[in-house]
Design a protein around this ligand. Sequence first.
Ligand SMILES: Nc1nc2c(ncn2[C@@H]2O[C@H](COP(=O)(O)OP(=O)(O)OP(=O)(O)O)[C@@H](O)[C@H]2O)c(=O)[nH]1
Ligand SMILES: [Mg+2]
Length: 438
Amino acid sequence: MSNHQTLFRTVTNEVLERVLLVSVALHGKDIDTSGILEMTRLVESAGGEIVHKISQKRNRPDGGFFVGKGKAEQIAADAENLGLTTIVFNHNLSPGQVNRLEETTKCKIIDRTELILAIFAVQARTPQAKLRIELAQLGYMLPRLSGMWHHLDRLGAGIGTRGPGETQLEVDRRRARARMATLERKLDSLDAGAKVRHSRREGMFSVALAGYTNAGKSTLLNKLCGADVHSEDRLFATLDTTSRRLELPEGGSVIVSDTVGFIEKLPKSLLSSFRSTLDVVCEADLILLVADTADPDKLVKLSTVTETLEKIDAGSIDRVTVWNKCDLTEASGSGELSVSGITGEGIEQLVHFIQTKRREALAWCRVTINICSGDLDYWIRTNSIVDSFVRDDNTGAVEIVCGLYLGLNHLKKKLGSSSSSWNVESLPAYCEFERGTI
Ligand SMILES: Nc1nc2c(ncn2[C@@H]2O[C@H](COP(=O)(O)OP(=O)(O)OP(=O)(O)O)[C@@H](O)[C@H]2O)c(=O)[nH]1
Ligand SMILES: [Mg+2]
């Protein structure tokens, strides 16, 4: 166990088993049952189980305890009666609120952010994901360190009796910052490799699967590309990006990428440390917004996803909603993309949709070549989608309308190295020119 882990409390190092859940309905709203359900699944994903729930309605959070002092005392009594030592809040709490609640309840208090960070830590498989989650946890813990020392002081957790907290606190802050800098350096060097890989694929139309956690993104990637990405009925099953090639029926291929799922109130520290993972979304030509059509909260979740896309600066990228899990519902998605990553229903239409979008993104041109060698012919067919190919029987010259994957200059360079005389005329985007009139 590394130094920082022994120093900072992390949920993952302790057994998050039986917990008490506190949920507060604020601003005159009703108790949020679907929020509580989501929280139950989050606790399960972290390896725990909710055995008791306490709800409260308040106009606004209490500054000191979030729930109010009286309620905090009731929570403490319930926890004691049930023998529970961990309390999870379906909210984000200030460091001061956590301290006061821990003091009153004598339990460990975990807020929503800390819980999500804990799940990420449990689920992290690759070295990159492990580094990113450690960075996010340190970012979260840093402003809370002084409270921690207060907490440890109180418990007399091996820190001496004469309040060594302050000096020790400074040491720990320094250590935490140094560790964060080391992690950032390590991640930078790993991400540099990813950039190289990305640039190799440059020019390929790229499709990103984005959506709420558990919507079925990984299952869809597996179905579309014959991939073998881990999918599971668990929140945040995927933490890393996986990209696979999808061969299109009309020729050529696109890159499809699956990445980490979104959730309401996704912690800021996670968004920043998983930034490079989310780059595939920001750099995509098309975002498939995967939504679970059988989920009663699908519209709320969809708006959380679009808000998160705005936050990561991916809001202006062309996107379309793909209603997944259509095998679970009766309704047919009229005119919309309705698919099942399990049965394969609607996948063909989805592939055609991607193909049309890819067509629109190609660089279209009309090229005339006086002598089209076999080599040139082959090159054009493998580097573009050929819309029409007309050969003049008398002169042998050809006129081709095609959409190039890598832009016009790519073709001009190839033609320049041939001994033919040629002319390339740029055409408007595929959707704008009428086929048959050119
Ligand atoms: N019935 C049905 N279940 C599906 C479908 N697609 C996915 N699932 C199930 O939904 C659960 C979540 O699927 P994943 O593919 O892991 O979802 P994800 O969006 O990648 O989730 P995270 O990686 O956690 O964000 C799994 O149990 C899948 O088997 C579908 O089309 N129909
Ligand atoms: Mg996944």
